[in-house]
Design a protein. Structure first.
Length: 263
């Protein structure tokens, strides 16, 4: 496996800027997440915002992806393609934004309610956020990547929800996707009783982005070869942050509002 990149001080500063811009894009788009608005309109607003800030949307044309953001509605797990579909009251929609600014990528996403939430929508969005927060709280220098998935899956299991296994977080920096793969579920290696994986070291930057289903974890890929949905049509929600490991803890680079203390 290729080595996990340790970012330089200069790269970390560049990453802070790209991550803050991605987070600003999500904040900008939030008031527009309303019934009757199409996902294409959301895409265009985000695209124009990034261009106006001297950045570009990382997903556009990445491995053939045709749009600037991902918009995943209700039972869509991830990689939904913006288009003419209009949002409806009671929907949940995940908006995934990655900004490419000054040679580095910053990645974040959030699941929004469209109008007043349904009981099931409110439940899965709350649990998905709890899962992300648990994964972040598990971070510490000389800890292990396996700690992240163990913390996330424990929360999902507690609420009788499931974690999608086919997609994961990832290293990020000058490349959109770098090593390592950040798994969101419990793994055990070589007969260990605890999850391990690679050791967390200062200067590592990666995303945590668990996809949490209200029903079973099984998924399927739609004919567009991008959109992933739950097999049982249950709701799915996701939240994502890009995180830096520091000498004493971690810094959530896509935290715009000071929700997470710097460690």
């Amino acid at each position: 496996m290729p080595a996990i990149k340790i970012k330089t001080a200069e790269e970390i500063e560049l990453m802070r800027a790209s991550c803050q811009l991605a987070a600003l894009t999500l904040k900008m788009i939030e008031p527009h997440v309303q019934p009757g608005v199409t996902t294409q309109q959301l895409n265009d607003l985000c695209h124009d915002f990034l261009i106006a800030h001297n950045a570009r949307p990382s997903p556009l044309n990445y491995r053939g992806f045709p749009k600037s953001i991902c918009t995943s509605i209700n039972q869509q797990v991830c990689h939904g393609i913006p288009g003419p579909r209009a949002l409806r009251a009671g929907d949940i929609v995940n908006i995934d934004v990655t900004a490419y600014l000054n040679g580095v990528h910053g990645d974040t996403n959030k699941t929004y309610h469209v109008g007043p939430p349904s009981p099931k929508g409110e439940k899965i969005v709350q649990i998905a956020k709890k899962c992300l927060d648990a994964g972040i709280r598990a971070l510490r220098p000389k800890g292990y990547f396996g700690d992240i998935g163990a913390a996330i899956e424990a929360v999902a299991n507690h609420y009788r929800c499931t974690v999608v296994r086919e997609y994961c977080g990832h290293g990020i920096g000058r490349e959109f996707h770098e090593e390592p793969a950040v798994l969101h579920y419990i793994t055990k290696e070589n007969g260990d009783t605890l999850p391990r994986g690679a050791e967390l070291k200062p200067g590592m930057i990666f995303t945590i982005e668990p996809m949490i289903n209200l029903g079973k974890a099984d998924i399927r890929l739609m004919p567009d070869k991008w959109t992933v949905v739950t097999k049982d049509h249950s709701l799915s929600a996701q939240f994502e942050h890009t995180i830096l490991i520091t000498p004493t803890g971690y810094e959530v680079l896509t935290d715009l509002d000071g929700e997470y203390e710097k460690g």
